[in-house]
Structures are given as C-alpha cells and as structure tokens.
Design a protein around this ligand. Structure first.
Ligand code: OAD
Length: 259
C-alpha cells in the first residue's frame, strides 16, 4: 500500500517535472527536508570534524566515538563529550539556524534532520527536528534506554535512576557502528519531500550522505549549501558555495518569497 502510494507520487512528480511544473518553483515547495551537518554550526564557534583543525584531527574517533571505546575507557569517552557539552552555553545560533526556524514557520512541512549533537537548532526556534546522531544535552540508561537531561559532567560512575540496581549512563549520541535515530520518520519524509537541502555536511558518513539520492529518486529538487564541494556534490541539482550564515538566509528568503 505504502509502496504503491510512493510509486504514484513519484510518477506524478516525474511527469510534472517533464512538464516543467516542479523544478525551481521557489516559494511553492511545501514538503522540505533540510539535512544539516557540522558546517552550519561552524560560524557559531563549534569545530567541524573533518575540516582543517577539525575534531578528528585531535582525537581518534576509534578512541571516543564507538561502543568499543566506551567499553574500554568510559572515563575518556565521557570526558570527550563533557568538553563538547560545556561549550554549549558559550555559543549561540547563527543566522543560518535562525533562518531555518523562520522557514519552518513559513512552510510548516519543513523537517530539519541534523547530524549535529549541539542544541543550536532548537535554541533558534526549530521544532520539527530530528537529531539523527543524538543530543549532547541528554544521557541514556544503557539498560532501559530511558533519557535523562544532563545537568552536570558525566563520569564513568554516573548511574541512572530508572533501574534497581542502577545502570550505567552513557551519552545519548550515536557512535560509529550504531544505528542512527529516527530513520523511519526520515525515510518517510524523504519519500514525500519536494525539496531536499543539505547544509554544511561533507557527505562522508552514511546513511545521511545517501539521503540526496533517496529524495531525488522520488522526484524532489535538491540544493547543496557548502563552503566547499562535498563527496556527494555531483548528486545535487543546485549548489550554493559559501558560508552557511550567509547562504542559508538568502535561500530561505527566496523560498518564502521575500526576494
Ligand atoms: P564534517 O566535518 O565531515 O564536514 C563539515 C562540512 O561543512 C564540510 O563539507 C565543510 O566544507 C563544510 N563547512 C565548514 N564550514 C562551513 C560553513 N561556515 N558554511 C558552510 N559549510 C561549511 O561534518 P559532518 O558532515 O557533519 O558523526 O560530519 C558527519 C558526521 O561525521 C558527524 O555527525 C559525526 C562525524 O563523525 C558522528 O559522530 C556519529
């Protein structure tokens, strides 16, 4: 049932596109998926992962971002995420985050899917948001999966209050080798969107790097905003090269018709 409905929408869009009804109809998109990566938070002062001076230059991801690392050295892993979490009160949303919150207000069918674990989208006012790689502000019981808001630095001795005896609390982040969060909702949104936008992501980490293919296969238009080219740039219909804090507000103004 779901499949044939998707197929129908796809054929309808392909046929509309052939008639020239859909492509680049800025201001008329109603179902938008925006994928964001570390580049959108760079101008707020949060380091990216793979640019020069990025986090994976000073830390081996195998030491801090895998289940095996947490098993081997929980204190080190907790410290790594404590440092990231301590930065949050010192940074604030930049014009790119704010523009996306405005986009959601103007076009309620907008969904932001972020790979970022910072809280800058929600602080900018976005509500329709999936943190596919988790959230720094939360910890999770390893036994029940219950979430807790983190109010102080976590240690290897941090325990939940949901089990007896209490279980270990881990950062609520997705590590390499783990399944990202919200995938059903994300694929549903990708199948239905008429516009897919990727902002500040290098296209090196799957499944996020494959979202553009999924959306385009269903007939969506696609736009990439990045300071540089990414590993998946060639898969997008349109490119806007530049800083997110400049390019995102420009695009949002076009989309909501304030040119
Ligand atoms: P990366 O560090 O891999 O890529 C950042 C991207 O942002 C690059 O393509 C830059 O060109 C671009 N960029 C940097 N500054 C920018 C700016 N001011 N404006 C626009 N673009 C800018 O970060 P991600 O692609 O987000 O996963 O990384 C994906 C995942 O890999 C992360 O979520 C994390 C990481 O390992 C986990 O930890 C599971």
């Amino acid at each position: 049932m779901e499949r044939s409905f998707r197929g129908l929408r796809h054929r309808e869009r392909q046929s509309n596109r052939r008639k020239g009804n859909v492509k680049v109809s800025h201001g008329r998109y109603s179902e938008i998926v925006v994928l964001t990566g570390a580049g959108i938070s760079a101008e707020s002062g949060i380091r990216t992962f793979r640019d020069q001076g990025g986090l994976w230059e000073s830390h081996r991801l195998e030491d801090v971002a895998t289940p095996e690392a947490f098993h081997r050295d929980p204190a080190l892993v907790q410290r790594f995420y404590n440092e990231r979490r301590a930065q949050l009160p010192l940074v604030k949303p930049n014009p790119a985050h704010l523009a996306l919150a405005e986009l959601e207000k103007a076009i309620p069918g907008t969904l932001i899917v972020t790979q970022n674990i910072d809280d800058l989208h929600e602080r900018a006012g976005s509500h329709h948001l999936i943190h596919m790689h988790g959230e720094l502000t939360k910890a999770r019981c390893v036994k029940t999966g219950q979430l807790f808001r983190v109010t102080e630095p976590l240690t290897e001795h941090s325990l939940c209050t949901c089990c007896v005896p209490a279980s270990v609390l881990r950062p609520h982040v997705v590590w390499f080798g783990e399944m990202p969060l919200g995938m059903d909702r994300i694929f549903q949104a990708l199948a239905q969107c008429d516009l897919f936008i990727a902002i500040g992501t290098s296209g090196q980490v799957y499944p996020a790097a494959g979202f553009v293919d999924e959306a385009v296969a269903q007939g969506a238009h696609s736009i990439e905003i990045n300071a540089d080219s990414s590993h998946v740039s060639h898969r997008f219909h349109e490119h806007r090269r530049g800083m997110a804090a400049v390019e995102v507000p420009k695009l949002v103004a076009e989309l909501i018709g304030r040119r």
